[in-house]
Design a protein around this ligand. Structure first.
Ligand code: ADP
Ligand code: MG
Length: 502
């Protein structure tokens, strides 16, 4: 690996989508016989980089060299023919065809009388057992096997077209720990045979388990390339989120302390969902703000969605106000006193073409049932009350929401949920993309509401604000709750260390 020429080199890759500069000049090198992890939070540009490499997208600028020669591929088929194969998270094979057919589809050996099935089956068996140590019945249909095996079949297909570069985009997201081990054993074997492997994951433990080298992207920018052994976890995390460790000074905390004596309002015990979040325990007391900290993709939003019934838990229990039964749907969650401001206010929250008034009364109207309309006069009164209370600008209930700034749109969504008088308000990234002033106002509002007895689950990628508003913090890593901090003196360093693990 050391003095060899890179088999693959990408220089200054730029790629924009309407309104988004997904890649802003990214460099990447891959050597034969190495496993290279491409790291970055969600949205950093990992999948886009891979798709420019495999011909799904054309690059706007930049060059790609394969074995020192410039290449330009226009489709995944062309990429594969050049020796670059990709296995995606969702297996892109044909579930109803046999394993053997999936491996050789489109390239079946033919003779007199059509396809030579015996030969296909024998070749498939050989390939799977010799290169992947996998002995299965190749005549069964693909969907008879678990996802882990299906991914191995996808890898086998790549090998059969003599790949030099194998790209795995989040291959482990839906695998259990045994399956991950099996996959890693194969990755190591292929690496030993000289294959160059590009591995995308946001599971930190896995990165350090198999990777030789790490490239970090942040916001479409190239942050750096490192040897895995020389990059401490905490530095990896701070580079992914863009914070130097030495600027992490301690912050004044405003969170309320000492609520241990309060009643627990919501309590998750062993709650989990396969492929989304490992079973976890988490309780929130009345009037308490509990923060969730962790990298994007670490499982924070998944917890929020389970609490709100937006996703169904497949294990464990959730008790509300001491009563079990969980929440089976958002409708039930609202009826039982839970409000949820989702992460993506543009697509899940705000309705652009409605007025501030209409957006505010939406959840209240929904919980009353659409047949019991709230009178126009009452709507206007409510809207004006909340515009005043939350300082929404401009203070005009008939203003179209799309013409408000991000911070004011966020306040409109908050108003909508506050109106339903929730016992628990779930805030997923409530201050993302809004200016500092509005941010501080929203943080203050959260604290004020909690003092009045409302419980809050506060999810944010800004560690500073999680620390500022939360009385207790649960830290997530790799879809697991790994640590809980409570009380005075939770420091940024401590929390960062828990996020990084190791
Ligand atoms: P990652 O894989 O690191 O999570 P992506 O490469 O998927 O990130 O996305 C990078 C950025 O480009 C994000 O802001 C995403 O919303 C945007 N993006 C990705 N694909 C498209 C697309 N087809 N159209 C518009 N925007 C896109
Ligand atoms: Mg991706």
């Amino acid at each position: 690996m050391t003095n060899a020429q890179p088999i693959l080199q990408m220089n200054g890759i730029r790629k924009s989508f309407p309104g988004v500069r997904a890649l802003k000049g990214v460099d990447f090198r891959l050597f034969p016989g190495e496993v290279h992890a491409l790291m970055g939070e969600n949205g950093a540009g990992k999948s886009t980089l891979i798709k420019t490499l495999t011909g799904v997208y054309a690059v706007d600028e930049g060059s790609v060299l394969l074995e020192g020669k410039p290449i330009r591929v226009h489709s995944p088929q062309e990429a594969q023919a050049a020796g670059i194969s990709t296995v995606y998270q969702e297996v892109n094979l044909c579930p109803n065809l046999s394993v053997a057919e999936n491996i050789f589809i489109g390239r079946e050996p033919r003779g007199f009388g059509g396809i030579r099935w015996k030969e296909i089956n024998r070749k498939a068996e050989e390939l799977l057992s010799e290169r992947l140590n996998l002995r299965i019945d190749v005549q069964r249909t693909l969907n008879a096997y678990p996802v882990a095996i299906q991914q191995l079949v996808a890898i086998a297909r790549s090998l059969s077209v003599s790949a030099k570069v194998l790209i795995l985009d989040e291959p482990t997201s839906s695998l259990d720990s045994n399956e991950v081990k099996q996959l890693f054993a194969i990755i190591r074997k292929l690496k030993g045979e000289g294959m160059a492997i590009l591995f995308v994951t946001h599971f930190l433990d896995q990165v350090y388990e198999v990777s030789d080298r790490i490239t970090i992207l942040r916001n479409g920018e190239f942050v750096g390339e490192y040897k895995a052994a020389e990059l401490p976890r905490i530095e990896l995390v701070s580079r992914m989120i863009g914070k130097e460790l030495d600027v992490l000074e301690e912050l004044p905390r405003e969170a309320e302390e000492g609520q241990i004596d309060r009643k627990v309002w919501i309590e998750a015990a062993g709650l989990g969902r396969q492929g989304a979040i490992d079973p976890f325990d988490l309780a929130i007391r009345e009037g308490e703000v509990v923060g969730l900290a962790g990298l994007l993709g670490s499982g924070r939003t998944e917890i929020a969605r389970l609490f709100f019934g937006a996703d169904r838990a497949d294990r464990g229990t959730l008790k509300l106000a001491g009563e079990g039964g969980g929440v089976r749907s958002p409708r039930e969650a609202i009826a039982r006193g839970i409000g949820f401001c989702p992460e993506n206010r543009k697509t899940e929250g705000i309705i652009d073409d409605l007025s501030v008034r209409e957006n505010i009364v939406l959840a209240m109207q929904a919980s009353r049932g659409w047949l019991r309309a709230i009178s126009r006069k009452r709507q206007a009164e409510i809207a004006e009350e909340y515009i005043r209370a939350l300082n929404i600008n401009p203070p005009n209930p008939e203003h179209l929401v799309k013409n408000l700034s991000g911070g004011n749109q966020q306040k409109v969504i908050l108003a909508r949920w506050l109106l339903t008088e929730p016992k628990l308000l779930i805030l997923d990234e409530p201050t993302r993309g809004i200016d500092v002033g509005a941010k501080a106002e929203i943080q203050k509002l959260v604290l004020a509401l909690s003092r009045k007895g409302m419980s809050v689950l506060f999810v944010s990628s800004e560690l500073e604000e999680v620390l500022r508003v939360s009385g207790r913090i649960a830290v997530l890593r790799d879809r697991r709750v790994v640590k809980e901090f409570e009380g005075q003196g939770i420091g940024q360093q401590q929390v960062m260390q828990a996020i990084a693990g190791g």
